[in-house]
Design a protein around this ligand. Structure first.
Ligand code: 1CP
Length: 365
């Protein structure tokens, strides 16, 4: 099922991700669609969050909002969805509670529970369960008219596992830690199950029209270097190895792959060898230090200004951009600009615009 999409007018982010020399740094922003935009609240109305994700028309409208608002300033779009659609496909109930975030009424609390075996042994029809995401991707590709590439994504197995056992966001990760230290074998079996669903899910997103994919390991920083090695890395590596294989089986071309292991800077050297084209960095690592760790490997970095600069002055924002561009070696390749994490609520859309303009200006010099 090959689609006939409009030709690309801007492929800067794809060329950069493949390691080509470019004219300036491409830029996109994690969570560029969402709560800080007044038009998001307007379009969402009082619909439930997951209802928006499941309606391809609404999801594509929300995806396009930042592209329209910042016309010519963003070099990529990211499909409006959430990482928690994968636990839903695995048979778990996930609700989005207004102003609180995700909530699982029945989290996985021990391997003895019936639910554990049910999730582990579920034969997941990834095409059918997440059909609405592929439909949203195909529709968005058409609506984008080739203006910028469309990124597909999933949560990293470790991060999804945390949500599935904690039942939502967490401060101390009590349940996740209980699992890895009390039931390491059962934890790994579940991580492998999640991983296999993620590979198929990403392949189907590419088949539907996603031109690049990102794996969000938002809770990587909760692990020590050695537990990151045991409970996150193998599964991230499995995705990087098996997605291209799965695409080849489907006669689809490879797409660049981004991994964002937030907070795992102590493992950066190893992350550069996981098989991804692009490594996302948070703001706790200095660009020049990351470049040193990378050495002569072909990896492209993505990031990484503190999202908090958007609450500050224009002068401090410009200084941060200048420091970042210099640290990443200028804007002529091996760097995709972003923030070090998603844009936060209450940011003034005008400040984000200034960030995009400054990155474009400074990185083209
Ligand atoms: O209206 C609302 O209040 C919903 C807010 C919202 C939005 C706009 C949530 C709830 N998810 C999203 C969209 C979303 N989530 C996108 C697509 C939009 C875009 O990037 O422009 C993406 C890529 C995500 C991914 C996501 N969801 C991550 C990984 C990225 C990250 O920020 O670390 C995570 C951890 C989630 C879980 C999640 N979903 C929503 C919230 C509030 C959270 C985090 C809750 C927590 O702190 O645990």
């Amino acid at each position: 099922m090959a689609h006939d999409f409009p030709p690309m007018k801007n492929d800067l982010v794809l060329r950069t991700a493949w390691g080509e020399k470019v004219e300036r740094a491409p830029i996109w922003i994690m969570r560029q669609a969402g709560r800080y935009l007044p038009e998001y609240h307007e379009a969402k109305g009082n619909r439930d969050f997951f209802e928006c994700c499941r309606d391809p028309e609404v999801a594509s409208t929300l995806t396009l909002q930042p592209i329209d608002r910042y016309d010519g300033l963003l070099d990529a779009s990211i499909i409006f969805s959430d990482i928690l659609v994968v636990p839903q496909a695995l048979g778990m109930t996930v609700e989005m509670v207004d102003k609180k975030g995700p909530h699982f009424p029945e989290p996985l609390r021990s391997p003895e529970e019936e639910q554990y075996s049910r999730v582990l042994n579920k034969s997941v029809d990834v095409a059918a369960e997440l059909d609405y995401v592929y439909k949203a991707i195909t529709l968005t590709r058409k609506k984008l008219q080739g203006r910028v590439p469309l990124i597909g994504f999933c949560g990293a197995p470790w991060t999804l596992f945390c949500y599935m056992v904690e039942g939502g966001g967490s401060k101390f990760f009590v349940e996740s830690k209980k699992w890895i230290y009390l039931y390491p074998k059962e934890t790994k079996a579940l991580l492998q199950k999640i991983t296999e669903v993620c590979v198929e899910y990403l392949a189907l997103q590419v088949q539907a029209g996603a031109q690049m994919i990102q794996v969000f390991d938002s809770w990587a920083g909760e692990l020590s270097p050695s537990t990151f090695k045991d409970f996150s890395e193998p599964y991230l590596r499995y995705i990087a190895e098996h997605l291209p294989k799965r695409l080849a089986e489907k006669n689809l071309e490879r797409v660049p792959m981004i991994v964002f292991p937030k907070g795992a800077n102590q493992s950066l050297d190893r992350v550069c060898d996981l098989g991804y084209n692009v490594v996302g960095l948070d703001w706790l690592v200095d660009p020049a230090d990351a470049v040193k760790v990378r050495g002569d490997r072909k990896i492209v970095f993505q990031g990484n200004a503190d999202p908090g600069i958007l609450y500050g002055s224009k002068e401090s924002l410009t200084a941060t951009v200048e420091h970042m561009v210099k640290g990443f070696g200028g804007g002529k390749g091996q760097w995709i600009a972003n923030l070090g994490h998603g844009v936060t609520p209450f940011v003034k859309p005008e400040m984000l615009k200034f960030y995009l303009e400054e990155v474009q200006r400074v990185s083209s010099q």
